[in-house]
Design a protein around this ligand. Structure first.
Ligand SMILES: Cc1cc2nc3c(=O)[nH]c(=O)nc-3n(C[C@H](O)[C@H](O)[C@H](O)COP(=O)(O)O)c2cc1C
Length: 184
């Protein structure tokens, strides 16, 4: 049976390596997992004063899209040794109104991506902290730190190396098993 998974990319830029990796993961996970790219770039900064009967339409669109999925895959770069603000904002928007979080109990997995050698380790682990509070069972093993990413993608954003492809396919297979084991 196909499981619908929200794919959330922490970068907003068009040429994003993280987005390219996310789209490659989407292609290789099918048909067991149906990844739906959920955009976060248009979400106004979370402001409780906007949490009225008519919240910003982008918040509602985002909440509804994630709510229809059963799990979440985060693919993110690292900004200043943490997660990009846009991604933290998306987590905050999805966590409210209080008691109506779209994240609760959804299995999650994290892939961190960097052109640098440290592979966004800091972002990967900072993201785990809010996911604990949000009640998302987050896959611990295998971990995915994609460093030197510019060497792994061609000009069309496709993976160039068989060993990377195999590593990521194994990661997605493990995530499918993790979802099966942990979903509410
Ligand atoms: C504000 C800012 C902070 C950054 N900080 C880090 C960092 O801490 N660690 C890192 O590996 N790369 C850092 N970078 C470089 C990003 O990894 C690089 O821009 C990468 O391409 C962003 O991912 P994307 O291609 O998915 O947009 C930073 C970039 C920006 C714009």
């Amino acid at each position: 049976m196909t499981v619908r998974v929200a794919l959330i990319v922490g970068s907003l830029r068009k040429g994003s390596y993280s987005r390219a990796i996310g789209l490659e993961l989407k292609a290789m996970a099918a048909p067991a997992l149906e990844l739906e790219l959920v955009e976060i770039g248009d979400l106004p900064l979370y402001d409780p004063d906007l949490e009225t009967d008519a919240p910003p339409p982008a918040w509602t669109r985002f909440r509804e899209e994630v709510a229809t999925t059963e799990a979440v895959l985060f693919v993110t770069p690292e900004y200043n040794r943490s997660i990009p603000g846009a991604l933290k904002n998306a987590l905050d928007v999805g966590s409210r109104p209080y008691g109506h979080s779209i994240w609760a109990k959804k299995p999650a997995a994290i892939v961190s991506v960097s052109p640098g050698a440290l592979a966004a380790f800091g972002a990967n682990h900072h993201l785990r902290q809010p996911l604990v509070f949000l009640g998302m069972p987050t896959m611990q093993q295998p971990e995915a730190y994609i460093g030197n990413v510019a060497d792994l993608l061609d000009d069309d954003g496709k993976l160039t190396k068989d060993d990377t492809r195999k590593f990521l396919k194994d990661f997605m297979d493990a995530f499918a098993a993790w979802i099966d084991k942990t979903k509410a």
